[in-house]
Design a protein around this ligand. Structure first.
Ligand SMILES: [Zn+2]
Length: 572
């Protein structure tokens, strides 16, 4: 027996892979299953790593509906790579170990026809820094700013142990204090505390230090670009949107994504994976639900139902529950680009429902979870870390003589596994449940096929040929309804060429058939109520008609750049 997919796994369901292993995983698949897996690079990073794209599905050059999955655009969010790889592996399983994937037969059958574009790690340079050095990097570990004058923190390993974690300095004016119940754990100071008190900084050095004044650490560190603010739709410059970068798609990682997806209008669904929070964030990001296409919203309610069923994660609107500042939509983020500019059924998954594990009550707006972590919650987190996470998150502090600040302590906090990402023993289940939910979304694809073909002999050696074109898919040939407005989203058309015979009207060789609806319409649209029985008419069907003189054959190619193309040969 040849090795199974499980035998070929390099362990991404159990651990976080570095770039070398992630690269090896993708190439292992491509070499073992060349008929259904190809790997290519969509960008090269400044540190010389490839941003890999895996194309999974039979006959990858045939244009047809496709889904996009990406992870780890934020450097620390390694779990996204594992989940993206798990979805890729499940997609492969459909072809190389048919009948073994845990999805309904009807779903498996649909999925067998679509293409999966999977970019498991958008920021390989960032992920590598987090894995090796441990320090916080938002997206990419580089600093190409021109402004160099202000004193600032340069995070890095100063005690020579190879990792860059946190640094605390005793200071009567410190905002933090050790929790009496948990030695070493820093919590917010209250009026009742006696001290000692602490200031908290990244492990690192201060550039332009005057020996007296200590700058506040910047939350984006010395790597100020956030790839998730660098996309072209609604992009705004740095003084309006922190992390934007100098211009839209200025970064090679973002540019590679934009170039590939612009050349692939057949991408109808887009999963952008982050950690953490345990939530699905859907459009709109920039306006309330009342301004959203209501048919799109109904389809997102179906996605929400699958998320609830398979993962337990809630679904929220980016605008309604995920603005960090009221009335200030994020600019230049990826799913805004994917939904508004590429017309994809696009959303973010924030993996890892740590807040729920800590028993925190859900705040009115989901994003408030991040700001409402109390002193008691931090204590719960530390106890959870000891019991379930091998104490990885809160390692001990070690005294160190800092070249600039003197007596400090280094260590203390390592959020990589436990906060930024789930503990390793949770990863396998997370991969499974996320794939279960997403595979159903992928199965919503439109499916254009050729139905009945009628030939009627008319007088004078002329045959009338009528070809039925059908969309059997859940979504219309346009994808989500709001995508109809996009200029690239052309209607279905038919191109005919003749062999030996000829068309009576040569102009009929090209016919525009229009968009075809699907059978799906989302959830909670009132379609179930028998008070007024009725559905759409057969708006999922169109007809191409030809008058052909003589005998021979008619070759037809029917479809669109989004729905893909089907071909047939009709003998006359
Ligand atoms: Zn993120």
């Amino acid at each position: 027996m040849p090795p199974s997919l499980a035998d070929r796994s390099l362990g991404f369901r159990q651990t976080y892979l570095d770039h070398e292993r992630l690269t090896a995983q993708l190439h292992t698949w491509a070499e073992a299953f060349p008929a259904v897996c190809r790997v290519r690079s969509i960008a090269r990073t400044p540190e010389g790593r490839d941003v890999w794209l895996a194309v999974i599905g039979r006959d990858p050059d045939r244009v047809r509906p496709a889904v996009w999955i990406d992870g780890n655009m934020h450097a620390a969010e390694l779990a996204g790579s594992s989940v993206a790889l798990a979805i890729a592996e499940d997609a492969l399983r459909l072809h190389v170990e048919p009948g073994t994937l845990d999805v309904p037969e009807t779903v498996a059958e649909r999925l067998g026809e679509i293409l999966f574009y999977v970019v498991p790690r958008i920021s390989p340079d960032g992920a590598e820094t987090v894995l090796r050095v441990g320090r916080s990097v938002r997206s990419v570990p580089r600093d190409t700013r021109v402004e160099r004058g202000r004193p600032r923190w340069l995070p890095g390993d100063v005690d020579g142990d190879g990792v860059a974690l946190a640094m605390r300095v005793r200071d009567p004016g410190g905002e933090l204090v050790e929790a009496p119940e948990f030695p070493g754990l820093l919590v917010e100071r209250t009026l009742e505390d006696h001290g000692p008190f602490y200031k908290l900084y990244p492990e690192g050095m201060i550039e332009h230090y005057d020996g007296k004044r200590i700058p506040a650490p910047f939350f984006l560190g010395d790597n100020p670009i956030d790839l998730n603010r660098n996309f072209p739709w609604s992009w705004a410059p740095g003084h309006e949107q922190v992390g934007a970068g100098p211009f839209p798609a200025s970064e090679p990682e973002a540019r590679g994504v934009v170039e590939f997806t612009t050349a692939h209008p057949e991408i109808f669904a887009w999963l952008n994976i982050h950690t953490f929070g345990g939530v699905l964030i859907r459009p709109l990001g920039h306006a309330p639900d009342a301004k959203m296409d209501q048919e799109d919203l109904a389809i997102f309610r179906q996605v929400e139902a699958w998320m609830t069923e398979h993962t337990g994660y809630p679904t929220v609107s980016g605008h309604e529950e995920f603005l960090y500042e009221p009335d200030k939509p994020l600019r230049g983020d990826m799913t805004d680009y994917a939904y508004n500019q590429r017309g994809a059924l696009a959303y973010v998954i924030e993996l890892w429902d740590l807040f729920k594990r800590l028993g925190m009550e859900r705040p009115p707006k989901f994003a408030q979870y991040y700001e409402r972590v109390s002193r008691a919650d931090i204590l719960k987190l530390a106890r959870w870390d000891q019991e379930e996470n091998a104490g990885r998150t809160f390692p001990p502090w070690r005294p160190f003589e800092h070249p600039q600040l003197g007596e400090v302590e280094i260590g203390g906090i390592d959020p990589r596994v436990g906060i930024w990402n789930p503990p390793l023993h949770e990863l396998g289940r997370m991969c499974h449940t996320q794939a279960q939910a997403f595979l159903r979304v992928a199965a919503l694809a439109p499916r254009i096929r050729i139905g009945d073909v009628r030939r009627d002999a008319l007088a004078g050696g002329v045959t009338r040929v009528e070809v039925e074109v059908v969309n059997d898919g859940y979504l219309g040939s346009y994808g989500v309804p709001s995508a109809k407005k996009l200029d690239f989203n052309e209607p279905i058309y038919a191109t005919a060429t003749t062999e030996r015979c000829e068309l009576v009207d040569a102009g009929a060789a090209h016919q525009t058939l229009g968009h075809l609806d699907g059978w799906g319409h989302g959830l909670h649209t009132g379609q179930n109520l028998p008070a007024y029985p009725g559905t759409r008419g057969n708006t999922h069907v169109a007809f191409a008609s030809y008058l052909v003189r003589g005998t021979g054959a008619l070759e037809l190619r029917i479809g669109s750049c989004r729905a893909g193309f089907v071909t047939t040969r009709i003998t006359i």
